[in-house]
Write a protein that binds this ligand. Structure first.
Ligand SMILES: Cc1ncc(C[n+]2csc(CCOP(=O)(O)OP(=O)(O)O)c2C)c(N)n1
Length: 348
């Protein structure tokens, strides 16, 4: 582990606490999936907690975050209620999206968490769109867009890097390199395996962080966010991480050895960070155990909340599907007043 200095004790404790809460939540979600309480796919981020917490803690509450289908942890890190996140997994009315999104489509506008996106690479151009909006509206906001190593091969990657650099957009792209796109290893799916360099040709400089180390991830993302916010230009951060579980709950994991997984598990980001906090006197062993017990209690409570929540009424099936006439707001690129740039004007 790169030994960068720890933040203030209360900050370090909050990071450990949040990572533990994500881990215990994900474990419970996996169990509930096995009990058929959760339908569809379920992608757990066990092993990637330091990447999630280190990066999201580099954001202001007013910044925006968009991720992939592996974002239960991001949702929790942004502050969404665990019970509502679990209820979303269960497809119940008290879910974050009233049970309509499920595991892949978490969304919490109040906390500026914009998903939850099932199409690999599909969230990149959307993030550029948000960053363009920050610019138009002349805010200081930044968008952080996370996606996997596999997604960096999508056409949307190049298209988005190009426009983000061309238009100097305040966006940080973070490629969460967990070494596999489903069952295909990085070396077999990408000609360039040093992923932080993949944006260079487009004019998007790269940075790298140890995604198994919350301190390093925070340090590097903080600098990337500063560049986006102050210098108004995009950055690509590569977070080197690993997922301890399969791609989804339906993965027989034939593409990697048990020894490899064990080797990474020895670098468990929560264990190593917890050990460091104990060694440096930030938490006692008892406090650490109590934090863990509390994380388990919260996850159990979330399951009970989700289980008690009813399924949506069948008659509500078509609710919120279409946006109708008068509900349409905003302004459009096809503006009947003719050509010309209108920044953030209300077209009334
Ligand atoms: C456009 C598109 N193609 C294929 C899929 C199926 N699919 C879902 S996840 C995935 C692998 C993506 O791997 P990566 O981007 O490395 O992210 P990770 O799952 O490792 O977090 C694929 C191919 C999809 N959801 N969308």
């Amino acid at each position: 582990m790169a030994d960068h200095p720890l933040p203030e004790p209360e900050v370090a404790r909050e990071w450990l606490e949040t990572m533990l809460r994500i881990r215990r939540f994900e474990e419970r979600a996996g169990e509930q999936y096995a009990r058929a309480k959760i339908g569809g796919f379920l992608h757990l981020a066990i092993g990637e907690e330091a990447t999630i917490v280190g990066s999201t803690r580099a954001l202001r509450a007013s910044d925006y975050l968009i991720g992939t289908y592996r974002t239960h942890g991001h949702t929790l890190a942004r502050g969404s209620e665990p019970g509502r996140v679990m209820a979303e997994l269960f497809g119940r009315v008290d879910g974050l999206c009233r049970g309509r999104g499920g595991s892949m489509h978490m969304f919490d506008l109040e906390r500026r968490f914009l998903g939850g996106y099932g199409i690999v690479g599909g969230n990149l151009p959307i993030a550029a769109g948000f960053a363009l909006a920050h610019d138009y509206l002349r805010t200081e906001d930044v968008t952080l867009c996370q996606f996997g190593d596999g997604a960096s091969n999508q056409g949307t990657f190049g298209e988005t890097m190009n426009l983000a650099a061309l238009w100097n957009l305040p966006v940080v792209f973070m490629v969460t390199n967990n070494r596999f796109g489903m069952g295909t290893a990085l070396e077999r799916h990408s000609a360039q395996t040093d992923l932080q360099r993949k944006g260079e040709g487009y004019g998007v400089p790269g940075m790298e962080c140890d995604g198994m180390d919350v301190v390093d991830t925070f340090r590097v993302t903080t600098e990337a966010v500063r560049i986006a916010r102050e210098e108004r230009r995009p950055v690509l951060v590569e977070a080197l991480t690993y997922r301890f579980r399969g791609h989804s709950m339906a993965d027989p994991e034939e593409y990697r050895t048990k020894e490899e997984v064990e080797e990474y598990r020895r670098r468990d980001p929560i264990v190593t960070f917890g050990d460091r906090l104990v060694a440096e006197g930030v938490v006692s062993a008892e406090e650490r155990a109590a934090m863990d017990a509390e994380a388990t209690r919260i996850a159990d409570e979330a399951v009970a909340f989700a289980d008690a929540s009813p399924a949506p009424e069948p008659t509500s099936l078509y609710d919120d599907v279409y946006v109708l006439g008068g509900e349409v707001q905003g302004w459009y690129s096809v503006d009947e007043r003719g050509a010309g740039v209108r920044r953030g004007e209300d077209i009334g």
